[in-house]
Design a protein around this ligand. Structure first.
Ligand code: GAP
Length: 448
């Protein structure tokens, strides 16, 4: 099935509407680095919040954590990242471009056809030094995953939270990987944000929990509006499992460049706790009071990328439609993800309309992320809000001054309804919750 939208269209919309800009653009940019603009920062925050709500707040078996990006170098020796977090790298002997050996098709350089070197293993961790005098400073690494911050705090969390297993520890934060090949916009970058859950279970129950989390995570994307036909599951073959994994499933999404990994859900077994116990000398096990037994828990790990999720949500929401003979670009984002929930749009910048429009804005903005826009024609302002996925636009016209009613225009159906200003907050609240709000007594429905 062909992908529905070109990546170029997504990149251009993101730039045009303040979602995502190339990083350091005035200096010519920095490869694979991107900055989130005023709309992007809201979208990204909404993705994080939706994950945290479903993983931490709506459950009583998961707690949160926020650990340091820089960690003791011993962590990365124990976790296997110093030895095994590598990709095979080849270099072109003519143009000196470097490639991931397993991504090169054929014999020669994909750019110029030149001869390639033999593959050598390249570690993906960013190294830096800690301390004021470089020669004496110790080498440390920027974390390539947030997971290790969770494993090394396992005992702290178990003893302070007094929770029983199964117990999950969740974390959202930046990770860094010196990827050999990046690209496809924010799909693969060297700095990105992880949303990771380490779910600690009794050995023997791990396969059941793996199935559970695969389903939970798949459903999360669907609940947030991603079409089921654009998602699929793929189990890793034995030869592609990471060094720590006993089993792993990828949730794949049909990105513009084809089916690619959106999230991985792995059964890490007891690999990490055993390794950290061995290397730190600190026992990392769990005493089950009820059963009177001690064991090292197994870990199920759903690991997602914030940025990659943002990309999937954008691609899935993107649409070009014809409305009354005019083309409109629209993001059908789920209302909980939309950067702006309501836009207040007086019919024109008119001194009679402005006070009521401002009154409406002031009423709404403490409750919802609200935009106020009175520039250009109302049609252009609707188009602008459609392009960033604003679910509701409120228009204040001259009739509003008489009857104290305003028009709500819905992004997807384009239906317009008239609502008394004093009921506006209640109506928007219900609509944002997805409730069918029967307020027929309050308004007269207008045909578009
Ligand atoms: N702790 C396990 C782990 O990190 P992973 O499959 O390497 O597993 C999990 O990464 C998710 O993190 C990926 O499915 C993807 O969404 C995101 N991710 C990984 N590397 C990325 C990169 N270079 N750029 C953007 N997102 C990335």
């Amino acid at each position: 099935m062909p992908a529905k939208v070109d990546m170029d269209k997504i990149v251009s919309l993101c730039k045009r509407r303040g979602l995502i800009f190339p990083s350091s653009e005035i200096y010519g940019g920095l490869a694979s680095c991107w900055d989130y603009g005023p709309m992007g920062v809201e979208l990204k925050r909404n993705v994080r919040d939706a994950w945290w709500k479903s993983i931490v707040h709506e459950r009583d078996d998961v707690v949160g954590l926020d650990t340091s990006i820089m960690m003791h170098p011993g962590v990365w020796a124990a976790s296997g990242h110093i030895d095994s977090f590598t990709d095979p790298l080849v270099e072109c002997k003519s143009c000196h471009l470097r490639w991931r050996a397993d991504a090169v098709e054929g014999q020669g350089c994909p750019k110029c056809g030149g001869e390639l070197t033999e593959p050598r293993m390249f570690n993906l961790m960013f190294k830096t030094s800690m301390g004021p005098v470089e020669e004496e400073a110790s080498t440390i690494y920027l974390r390539p995953e947030t997971a290790q911050g969770i494993f090394v705090n396992f005992d702290n969390v178990i003893t302070t939270s007094r929770k029983k297993l199964p117990l999950g520890i969740a974390q959202i934060g930046k990770s860094f990987r010196n990827e050999i090949t990046t690209g496809n916009f924010i799909f693969r970058t060297r700095e990105f944000e992880h949303m990771e859950l380490e779910y600690f279970v009794k050995p023997g129950t791990d396969e059941e929990w793996l199935d559970y989390w695969v389903k939970e995570r798949f459903d999360w994307y669907v609940k947030l509006g991603v079409r089921k036909e654009n998602l699929r599951l793929r189990q890793h073959g034995k030869d592609e499992l990471a060094h720590y994994a006993r089993d792993c499933y990828d949730i794949e999404y049909l990105f513009p460049m084809g089916w690619s990994e959106l999230e991985g859900i792995a059964n890490r077994g007891d690999f990490d706790l055993i390794q950290h116990a061995k290397c730190s000398g600190k026992e990392l096990s769990y005493y089950d009071n009820e059963a009177g037994e001690k064991y090292v828990p197994y870990v199920i790990e759903p690991s997602a990328g914030v940025d990659r999720s943002v990309l999937a949500f954008l691609v899935d929401a993107y649409d070009e439609e014809e409305v009354e003979g005019e083309k409109r670009t629209v993001l059908h984002l789920h209302r909980s993800l939309a950067p702006i929930k309501v836009a207040v749009l007086p019919l024109s910048r008119n001194e009679k309309l402005t006070p009521l429009a401002k009154e409406v804005f002031n009423k709404l903005c403490p409750n919802f992320v609200t935009d106020y826009d009175d520039s250009q024609s109302i049609g252009r302002r609707y188009r602008r809000q459609d392009e960033i996925g604003t679910p509701f636009c409120i228009t204040i016209d001259f009739e509003s001054l008489e009857d104290k009613q305003v028009t709500i225009r819905e992004r997807d159906s384009l239906a317009q309804i008239r609502v008394p200003v004093k009921e506006l907050k209640k109506v928007i609240e219900a609509k944002l919750k997805g409730e069918a709000f029967d307020a027929s007594a309050l308004w007269a429905t207008r045909q578009k």
